[in-house]
Design a protein. Structure first.
Ligand code: CU
Length: 164
């Protein structure tokens, strides 16, 4: 019942074109995808971040294995972490585990998605479509709400290095 209400709320927000005004969410199998968002990119920028929350209330362990989007040549799954005093980022070729009964958050400073080789920089206010592929739950199309450019910790951790 709760999910049903959530879906209706999302649909209403979508129809009103106010996706940015509140939280939006998606569902696939047991998984609930909460509020995918990104940041506006500077003109000429080629790399954008993606953040979202994955809730797995089910009894089966799952895994986010890959992501794709028409807006990017590829979408990589990354993890940022401290190695001593140095902030490091690495690609996770195996994706991100989403254990049963757990919640995984992709956010600045931790797990995140990297939209690589973006041809049209994301603009504040637009919705960027992408497909998340889960090992068990399968694919789900979601939309990333693009917020303002400011305050993105992403800018600080050397994404230029893996620009392709
Ligand atoms: Cu990254």
């Amino acid at each position: 019942m709760k999910n049903h209400l959530k879906n209706i709320a999302f649909l209403a927000a979508f129809l009103l074109g106010t996706g940015l005004a509140g939280a939006h969410g998606f569902k696939v199998g047991d998984l609930e995808i909460g509020h995918p968002y990104s940041r506006a990119m500077l003109p000429g920028a080629k790399v954008g971040g993606g953040y979202l929350k994955i809730v797995n209330p089910g009894k089966t362990d799952d895994r986010l294995v890959s992501v794709s989007s028409d807006r990017a040549a590829s979408v990589q799954i990354h993890e940022m972490s401290m190695d001593g005093t140095v902030m490091k980022m690495r690609e996770l070729p195996q994706g991100i585990p989403v254990p049963a009964g757990d919640t995984v958050e992709l956010k600045p400073g931790g797990y995140h998605l990297m939209f690589m080789n973006v041809s049209q920089p994301f603009k504040e206010g637009e919705m960027v479509k992408a497909v998340l592929n889960f090992e068990k739950a399968g694919p789900v199309e979601v939309e990333f709400a693009v917020g303002p450019a400011g305050g993105d910790t992403h800018a600080g951790h050397g994404h230029k290095e893996h620009k392709k």
